[in-house]
Write a new protein. Structure first.
Length: 201
C-alpha cells in the first residue's frame, strides 16, 4: 500500500529544546477517589511535572524531547522558559510527530486488517494525527474505521463492516496485553472526521 503523505509546517528551533517536542500518547493511572497520599512517594515539584492533556479516561497526550538515547518529558519549566502555552505546545508536538514518522511510515494490508509501522515508539500516537486519516487515508476511512492501539508500537485498523477484522483486532489486543510492554488500552476506537472515540458494540 502506498505510504500516505503527512504534511507539516516545520518550526523547530534548536536553541529551545521544547520546539523539538513530539506528541506522545501514554497510559495514565487514575487516583482512586478518597485515597490518601503515599508518604513514601517522591513528591515532584509542580514546575517539573510532565505536561499532558487528556485523551480519554485511560490515556493522555504527553510531549517528549529526544535526548539521544532516550526521551524526556516536557515539563512546566520548559514551557515557562520558552514562553508558550499548552495549545502552542500541542501544535508543536503534532507537527514534530509528522516530521518524525514521515520517512519511515508504512501501512500494510493484512487481509482487510491494516497495520501501521513508523519506528516503534509513535505508532499509537499516530491515531491523534487527523491529517493522516482525513487526507492520507481518506479513501479507507470514508465508510468509517475501527482501530486498536494496545501498546505504543501497535496501530491496527479495519472497516466497521468487517466483523472478522474487528474480531482480529480484539484478539490482537488480548495477545499484546498478555505479557506486552508499554501497554495503553484494551479499548477499540471508532473514527469520525473530528477525532477518535471509544467504540462500543
Amino acid at each position: 500500500m502506498a505510504v500516505p503523505k503527512i504534511t507539516s509546517n516545520n518550526h523547530r528551533d534548536q536553541n529551545q529544546p521544547i520546539y523539538n517536542a513530539i506528541a506522545y500518547l501514554k497510559a495514565i493511572e487514575p487516583i482512586p477517589e478518597g485515597s490518601e497520599p503515599d508518604p513514601t512517594e517522591v513528591v515532584i515539584p509542580d514546575d517539573q511535572r510532565p505536561i499532558c492533556r487528556p485523551f480519554d479516561e485511560n490515556m493522555a497526550v504527553f510531549y517528549v524531547i529526544d535526548v539521544g538515547n532516550a526521551y524526556r518529558f516536557v515539563d512546566r519549566q520548559d514551557m515557562t522558559t520558552a514562553g508558550i502555552d499548552g495549545d502552542r505546545l500541542h501544535d508543536i508536538g503534532m507537527t514534530n510527530l509528522a516530521d518524525k514518522v514521515r520517512p519511515v511510515i508504512e501501512v500494510t494490508d493484512r487481509g482487510g486488517v491494516y497495520t501501521v509501522t513508523c519506528g516503534g515508539d509513535f505508532e499509537a500516537t499516530l491515531l491523534l494525527h487527523m491529517k493522516f486519516w482525513n487526507i492520507g487515508l481518506a479513501d479507507y476511512v470514508k465508510d468509517g474505521m475501527i482501530a486498536a492501539i494496545p501498546a505504543r508500537d501497535i496501530l491496527a485498523f479495519c472497516p466497521p463492516s468487517y466483523p472478522q477484522g474487528i474480531a482480529s483486532l480484539e484478539t490482537l489486543v488480548e495477545h499484546i496485553f498478555d505479557g506486552g510492554d508499554h501497554l495503553l488500552t484494551k479499548a477499540l476506537y471508532e473514527y469520525t472526521p473530528d477525532g477518535w472515540h471509544v467504540w462500543r458494540r
